[in-house]
Design a protein around this ligand. Structure first.
Ligand code: AQP
Length: 336
């Protein structure tokens, strides 16, 4: 049996990259492997590592939970919970793990560098220590597998490294080294404005991403205005090399339609973007609209989401508490 753990931050709104790179894979995994134990977290303690809206945090947390459910995560098969609801356990383990994390390794984390730019002196300790909290989020459940987009690969490697340091230091195979699961064809969806930049919640231009809450007109408009080059689509996947925007749009089409890029190019190779883009809008709306509609219904009754989050937190605590107790015992802390 696999124990699956993953999460998303309640910052801004989820976009097509979050969906294709992570959420869709969680749903596929939940349905294909019913024996797995699934823990899906809204990582609100990570969301506060950057300036955030205090008054909107709780609602944003509910919204992410609604997106999970609307996309197909079933609360009967998967625990859905807010990280802060089990935050005492996550944060306590984080501290223990921080004592065995080398600063040199944290200094190599590209997400931190991307987020702070040149302004390292003013960056918060929380943002710097983000990967250690992420390691604790995973190890507190002794999760075996972590489905994420490609951008999280480096953080996962650090989590494995920290788990292995713990095992080595205390001379036992206590933590399972968590396996990253980078699934599907759209492991890194790129911005619609620049095919070399990741599609991101915090990018300034809303035209750079398709949000899960966008309506059909907004989706069509964003795809129409998506950056492309002047050439028609190539006949082969090789022909996408050096054409990041074309590659991205073909990747998105393939992931949404359940086809390979080869199949997409068999249909659209030689055609102009003016012909391809309306088809891409059509399939995007077809896949996203039911999620958006269900999210709206769920958000109309927050009591149901609150109850799902509460049950999820109870379940998460049941799994995490004995693991933390064992960690404390292994580390030699006093216990009554
Ligand atoms: N562009 C992407 N393509 C594929 N997968 C992606 N993920 C994020 N962006 C893409 C995956 O979504 C999951 C949740 O991510 P997160 O909420 O932790 O936020 P993030 O990775 O920091 O995503 P953003 O949108 O880029 O947020 P900001 O702008 O706030 O930094 C993860 O599994 C991630 O891999």
């Amino acid at each position: 049996m696999k124990r699956i753990l993953s999460g998303m931050q309640p910052t801004y709104q989820l976009h097509l990259g979050n969906y294709l790179g992570a959420l869709k894979n969680w749903v596929d995994l939940q349905n294909a492997e019913p024996d797995n134990e699934n823990l899906y977290c809204v990582v609100d303690m990570h969301a506060i590592t950057m300036p955030y809206d205090r008054d909107g945090l709780a609602q944003a947390t509910r919204e992410i939970a609604a997106a999970y459910i609307a996309a197909g995560i079933d609360p009967k098969k998967s625990a859905i919970f807010a990280q802060s609801a089990v935050g005492d356990l996550h944060a306590q383990l984080m501290w223990y793990l921080a004592t065995m994390t080398q600063i040199g390794k944290l200094n190599r984390m590209t997400q931190f560098k991307d987020k702070v730019g040149k302004n390292t002196e003013k960056a918060g300790l929380g943002l710097y220590a983000y990967p250690v909290l992420m390691a604790a989020d995973i190890l507190i459940y002794n999760a075996t597998h972590v489905p994420v987009g490609e951008d999280q690969k480096q953080h996962l490697e650090l989590a494995r490294d920290i788990a292995s340091t713990f095992n080595h230091r205390y001379n036992r195979e206590f933590f399972t080294l968590p396996e990253p699961m980078i699934m599907g064809d759209a492991t890194r969806v790129m911005s619609l404005r620049d095919g070399n930049q990741k599609m991101s919640k915090s990018a300034e231009s809303d035209l750079s991403r398709i949000n899960l809450t966008d309506d059909a007109d907004m989706i069509a408009d964003k795809i129409k205005r998506a950056k492309t080059d002047p050439n028609p689509l190539p006949e082969t996947v090789d022909g996408l090399k050096g054409r990041p925007e074309a590659d991205n749009l073909v990747t998105i089409y393939a992931a949404l339609s359940g086809q390979t890029k080869v199949q997409v190019l068999e249909e659209f190779g030689g055609k102009q973007f003016s012909e391809f883009k309306p088809k891409l809008s059509e399939i995007t709306v077809e896949k996203i609209a039911p999620i958006t509609t269900r999210m709206r219904e769920l958000m109309a009754d927050p009591t149901e989401i609150d109850s799902i989050l509460k049950n999820g937190a109870d379940k998460a605590r049941t799994v995490a508490s004995p693991i933390l107790s064992e960690v404390k015992s292994i580390m030699g802390f006093w216990e009554s």
